[in-house]
Write a protein that binds this ligand. Structure first.
Ligand code: GCO
Length: 444
């Protein structure tokens, strides 16, 4: 089975960027050569990670990076999205860790020499533990520490980076990490969700200021995740419930950046649950970005419920991936067109899209037709949005290779390359081969 798109698709043009994505904690390993981060602590806490695993080895990418660059090159992609581990490049006293910086400069130089553009995310959830010990994202000061890190690392990396994203998915860092506690640092207090989110968004804005100064030629922005919210029925109460959920989970993170304000639902919060917004914050948060990164995996369905206004419904008979997320590609097109209609957006990059599947490796091959179908359907969905006038300039498959899937440990495989964690052998899955073939067929 192949991947194909209509012959007149804009995605066939070399102007459209195709890439693969990873994140530092999920692949790097080599935990001893960086500062401990909140995910090390969370993994060491009993019952937090489903298979009891951690990120100490992961895909041993710090040791195997040269092979991994060859692997990326063999896929023929235009770009590689990686994240930088804050605690690998900045020491506890705030100075640069030259050894850590060299790891990334060598990696990037090698990618660039092969014509692969570097898309770097500065924060993909691995907050240094010593900063968490001072309150982490609940402490406003962390936003300024992030700005300082962004300032130093962007100067050190210079023009190697084609595109910088400040944060990856502040929703996950704040809601999953501080409000319901299923991700690091594992705090579960309602008010903490919004308070940490505000400091994350402030950190984004403060970092944008220094990145634009240091790297004016790079494409600089942020990566947000969206899980579009649908009503369970066409009853007005369910429609309302899905809108509130959408404001709470999705618009909460984009509206401050695009429009300088939080969704109206903020007015319904108890005072103690509101974020601490200081004068000038919303201007910092809403300064222009060069691109918006969008991560999409699934949708969610809600119905009204008296206690907390909305309740998610499990769509029992719907097709799902191995992580239990409904496969619903139409939501991807709906999301892209509705964001386009709601906001004045910069160019969009799909910075993550992909699926966990129950892969089996047989005779050195993984015949993951289910994942391939997921990619085909979602590339079609992106193409549909482009046809409807949405400006989308790139697409990154999540992920280059199987890796540490957060609270799921190594149980869920999202790669287009299979990783045998015993031997660290990488095997390109059928989906990866199809992605490679599709990319190679584009016009010059
Ligand atoms: C995210 C993260 C990735 C995940 C992927 C699958 O979107 O949650 O950016 O690190 O691994 O999304 O859950």
């Amino acid at each position: 089975m192949k991947i194909s798109l209509p012959s007149d698709s804009k995605m066939h043009s070399k102007e459209f960027t195709f890439g693969v994505a990873t994140a530092s904690f999920q692949i790097e390993g080599a935990a001893d050569s960086r500062l401990p981060c909140i995910w090390d602590t969370f993994c060491a806490t009993p019952d937090k990670i489903r298979d009891g695993s951690d990120g100490k080895q992961a895909c041993e990418h710090v040791a195997l990076w040269k092979d991994d660059v060859e692997l990326i090159e063999s896929l023929g992609v235009d770009a590689y999205r990686l994240s930088i581990s804050w605690g690998r490049v900045i020491n506890q006293d705030g100075s640069l860790n030259q050894e850590g910086v060299s790891f990334y400069t060598n990696l990037m130089d090698n990618l660039i020499a092969r014509g692969i553009k570097v898309y770097a995310t500065l924060y993909h959830w691995d907050l240094p533990q010593h900063i968490e010990d001072q309150g982490g994202w609940l402490n406003r000061k962390t936003a300024y520490l992030f700005q300082d890190y962004a300032d130093k690392i962007t100067q050190a990396l210079g023009d190697r980076v084609h595109s910088y994203a400040t944060l990856n998915e502040p929703f996950c860092s704040s809601y999953l990490g501080y409000e319901i506690g299923i991700h690091a640092p594992g705090l579960a207090t309602k008010a903490y969700g919004r308070k940490s989110a505000h400091h994350l968004l402030l950190a984004h804005g403060l970092a944008m200021q220094v990145i634009q100064k240091n790297c004016p030629n790079a494409l600089n922005g942020i990566v947000l995740n969206f899980t579009p919210c649908y009503p369970y029925s066409d009853k007005p109460a369910d429609i309302k419930a899905s809108q509130i959920a959408d404001d709470y989970f999705n618009q909460w993170y984009i509206k401050p950046i695009m429009n300088g304000k939080y969704p109206e639902i903020i007015n319904d919060f108890d005072d103690g649950d509101k974020p601490d917004i200081e004068p000038g914050d919303m201007d910092i948060i809403s300064q222009p970005i060069d691109f918006l990164g969008i991560n999409f995996y699934t949708r969610a369905v809600y119905q009204a419920c008296s206690e907390n206004q909305f309740e998610q419904i499990d769509m029992k008979d719907a097709p799902k991936t191995d992580i239990g997320w409904e496969i619903y590609p139409a939501a991807f097109t709906d999301l892209l067109t509705s964001l386009h209609n709601t906001y004045t957006l910069p160019p969009i990059y799909i910075t993550e899209n992909g699926a966990a599947m129950d892969d089996k490796i047989v005779d050195d091959a993984v015949n993951d037709l289910d994942r391939l179908e997921y990619y085909q359907a979602h590339l079609n969905a992106v193409n549909d949005a482009i046809e409807q006038g949405v400006k989308i300039d790139g697409y990154f498959a999540w992920s280059l290779m199987d890796n540490f899937e957060w609270a799921e440990g190594y149980l869920k495989r999202f790669g287009i390359v299979y990783v045998d964690y015993q031997t660290q052998k990488r095997t390109i899955k059928h989906s990866g081969l199809a992605y490679r073939d599709f990319i190679s067929q584009r016009a010059e």
